[in-house]
Design a protein around this ligand. Structure first.
Ligand code: URA
Length: 244
């Protein structure tokens, strides 16, 4: 059986620091299996222990996986001196969890949509590794209509400042006049500002960009911009497989 000290367990879940746990234990405010804990350093099994801290059931997860609908105007960083970050949108007890939660990959400040946040550095690294880059689909709008030639060139690869993009998939939507100013693009790689630069290479300009998928994950329509939810166990398994 894997065991862990109660105070370490509570600090990993973000519920309390070690000194707060010691105080709560003295006050009889921590129950383990329904019985008040006598010592903050008692050993518990983190996977099965039923821990109640100040009346609240505590859930332990070895790793955190969060699916967020990133809103416009928020940067995908852990901290930023001036701008609000995706991590700032999480509640305080999640911010205390160690290892700390960070965004897996980046979206531009004005790109909205699916953002994965985790504290599993190793899986994130594997998902973002160029050799294993998972597919990502974005919905886009552009300033000027995209021609058949634009679609063909974008799909086969364009020069974005010394780098020729890998083949990708573009689907255009026609408006009432038959012009295509929106659609979806699926990339098998992820270069900085890639879609913005690809459209600029075609003398066009992105006016809206929203990420719809990241590997096996899909943007949850139930999440409004700024909202998040835990990944389901099936989604976590699918993500682990995508990173293999
Ligand atoms: N490509 C971009 O240009 N911006 C993003 O945020 C993601 C992909």
């Amino acid at each position: 059986m894997k065991t862990m000290r109660l105070d370490k367990y509570l600090s990993l879940t973000g519920k309390a620091t070690r000194s707060e746990t010691a105080k709560a234990v003295r006050g009889g405010e921590v129950l383990v299996g329904g019985i008040p804990a006598k010592r903050a350093d008692m050993q518990i099994d983190p996977d099965t222990a039923e821990v109640i801290f100040r009346g609240e059931r505590v859930t332990y997860r070895q790793f955190i996986y969060i699916l967020m609908h990133k809103p416009d105007g928020v940067v995908s960083a852990t901290e930023d001196g001036r701008e609000q970050t995706v991590v700032d949108l999480l509640p305080d007890d999640l911010l205390r969890i160690r290892p700390a939660i960070f965004p897996c990959g980046r979206l531009d400040k004005h790109t909205t949509g699916l953002m994965l946040l985790t504290n599993n550095g190793e899986l994130s690294h594997r998902l973002l590794a160029p050799a294993r880059h998972v597919d990502k689909t974005y919905a886009f709008s552009v300033k000027f209509p995209l021609s058949d030639e634009d679609e063909a060139v974008l799909e086969s690869g364009v020069d974005i400042g010394g780098y020729v993009t890998a083949p990708c998939r573009v689907e255009r939507d026609a408006d009432a006049e038959g012009s295509c100013r929106s659609g979806r693009i699926t990339l098998h790689e992820g270069k900085y500002h890639q879609i913005k630069l690809m459209m600029e290479a075609r003398h066009n300009q992105i006016t809206r960009l929203e990420r719809l998928t990241f590997g096996p994950l899909t943007l949850d329509p139930a999440l409004a911009p700024g909202e998040w939810r835990w990944l389901t166990p099936d989604e976590v398994r699918a993500l682990e497989t995508a990173g293999e």
